[in-house]
Design a protein around this ligand. Structure first.
Ligand code: GLC
Ligand code: CA
Length: 549
């Protein structure tokens, strides 16, 4: 089937279902809540929804530990509510993509239960290894969340591999039967009418032959032996050939530690196996590789990451653009300023929404939700955060350890969406499953809905411009003044149409800078972040977009 690539004209909204909206008052977000808010999502100009996992799951990693791939969890409303949502999405001319988490399952998945008992054909569905003669673990790999990647299973009398939590055993993708299971799952949802998938840590599914030890230096662990493994392109091509090519759908691959050159092997429009990639460089302007190794925010680093992907993918592949998701703390608290919350939120929005690619928004980003800072570490829910807290910085003070979590934990961005200023931020009429950020009375959808100067309405305007101007979707990208550490200036150009985006990332006033060849007398100011444009000086985090046509 000829690919239509409709995703290039879209803007997606990511729903992390537990914290989006509770529809039945039990305190947990669900699909009834989503149904209530479809018009809101559409009102943003978003025409696609990505659901973080909504399948049955014991919840060891908030749904990324799946116990049944072909059902919807009862607490979210089950299959009945899901079908209503899917219809509601399609009736509004929108699309819906699911999270495909097949690097691992839950240890409560039926396959694992059978595999640990060596019941055929499940015996080799997972990666099992005996203890080594010297009593050591099968290899030195660390999991991403909970210490060693190997856990002993008494039932089977062997170790199993888990690159994430102990309750997330890795599937053995080298087993053709497992790949057939994946295809069955894909067809199941596509046949139901789902429009595509976001593929969780998909570059990890093929592990190095023989599972050799990893480098001992932590820095080299940046390239673990399970990322971009020997059969990765072969397996992805197989999924494409056997399934995706037969449907009008698209695929988005999450890829930790990938740079444009390598990304092209996956997403080149002629030779690749998937359509778009979630890269992490744009998340590393204030840290080294992960949020747990924070550094000072560097605008130059952020710009370099963006431009690198823009330039290197040009004409060959399509960028996925994002600033936030459920795995990182809130972006205003990191790249912007909580003091200038609205202003910096607008600069951040314009910094990515006018680039070439398909933008994604994460729930609450559009109203400028900021990091949650609990009073105590035991208030955290996330498995990664809890393990980190229990095992790291033990010689530091309680305050220092807690502040580290405020900066680094994924839970900073997983608090309920703040719908209004009423109790529990209008998220639920019951007792919320998780803490609501204290700033909800000030920061919420209702307060911004009718304020033309709000961040929410800035997102709406920016997205509407994106949709109405072909140059934003298809024009070529150019960055100006790349070494300037206060301004991000970039332009887009296409057959007689040109835009210039100027975003200040400074809390002080700075001089406006216009690149050569941009005639400001002929420019039309089409978007601005302050109610009234001032002249040559940009106020804190001021942002403007100009058009020539
Ligand atoms: C991905 C998900 C993250 C999850 C992990 C393991 O990185 O985005 O939330 O914990 O994979 O599935
Ligand atoms: Ca509920």
């Amino acid at each position: 089937m000829e690919r239509k690539r409709w995703y290039k004209d879209m803007v997606f909204y990511q729903i992390w279902p537990r914290s989006f909206k509770d529809g039945n008052g039990d305190g947990m977000g669900d699909l009834w809540g989503v149904l209530e808010k479809l018009d809101y999502i559409k009102s943003l100009g978003c025409d696609g929804i990505w659901f973080s996992p909504i399948y049955p799951s014991p919840g060891a990693d908030c749904g990324y530990d799946i116990a049944d791939y072909m059902d919807i969890a009862e607490e979210f409303g089950g299959m009945e509510a899901f079908k209503k949502v899917l219809d509601g999405v399609h009736e509004r001319g929108m699309k819906l993509i699911m999270d495909l988490v097949v690097n691992h399952t839950s240890d409560e998945h039926e396959w694992f239960e059978k595999s640990r008992r060596r019941i055929e054909p499940y015996t080799d569905y997972y990666i099992w290894r005996p203890a080594r003669a010297d009593g050591k673990l099968p290899n030195n790999w660390d999991s991403n969340f909970e210490g060693s990647a190997w856990t002993w299973d008494d039932v089977r009398g062997e170790y199993y591999l888990h690159l994430f939590a102990v309750k997330q055993p890795d599937l053995n993708m080298d087993n053709p039967l497992v790949r057939e299971e994946v295809k069955k799952i894909l067809r199941f949802w596509l046949d139901m009418g789902v429009d595509g998938f976001r593929e969780d840590v998909i570059t990890y599914i093929s592990k190095a032959e023989g599972l050799p030890d990893d480098h001992l230096f932590p820095i080299y662990k940046g390239m673990p032996k399970y990322n971009h493994g020997p059969h990765i392109h072969e397996y992805l091509a197989e999924f494409k050939r056997d399934v995706f090519d037969h449907y009008d759908c698209f695929t988005l691959a999450e890829a930790p530690l990938v740079w444009p050159k390598q990304a092209l092997k996956y997403i080149d429009e002629e030779k690749g196996q998937i359509d778009m990639m979630i890269q992490f460089q744009c998340q590393c302007a204030d840290c080294l590789f992960t949020d747990y190794m924070p550094t000072k925010f560097s605008l130059v680093r952020m710009k370099k990451a963006f431009s690198d992907w823009q330039y290197k993918l040009e004409g060959r592949a399509w960028n996925m653009l994002y600033m936030e998701n459920h795995d990182h703390p809130r972006i205003i608290s990191r790249y912007g300023s909580e003091k200038y919350r609205t202003e910096s939120g607008k600069a951040i929005a314009a910094a990515y929404l006018f680039q070439k690619g398909t933008p994604f928004l994460y729930q609450g980003q559009e109203i400028g939700m900021t990091n949650w800072r609990p009073a105590d570490a035991d208030m955290y829910e996330d498995v990664q955060t809890r393990y980190y807290y229990a095992h790291s910085n033990l010689n530091k003070s309680h305050k220092e350890r807690l502040e580290k979590l405020w900066r680094s934990s994924r839970d900073s961005a997983r608090t309920p969406v703040q719908w209004d200023g009423s109790e529990n931020a209008g998220f639920t009429t019951g007792k919320p499953w998780f803490y609501v950020n204290e700033n909800y009375k000030e920061v919420n959808v209702a307060a911004q809905e009718n304020d033309p100067a709000s961040l929410l309405n800035f997102y709406r305007k920016a997205i509407a411009l994106r949709k109405s101007l072909p140059v934003v979707r298809h024009g070529s990208y150019k960055e100006h003044f790349p070494l300037d550490n206060k301004l991000y200036v970039y332009s887009r150009e296409m057959e007689g149409q040109k835009i210039l985006v100027v975003c200040s990332f400074s809390y002080k006033c700075v001089d406006m800078k216009i690149p050569k060849g941009f005639d400001m007398d002929k420019a039309k100011l089409i978007l601005q972040s302050y109610p009234m444009a001032a002249g040559k000086t940009l106020r804190p985090y001021e942002t403007r977009v100009y058009l020539w046509e």
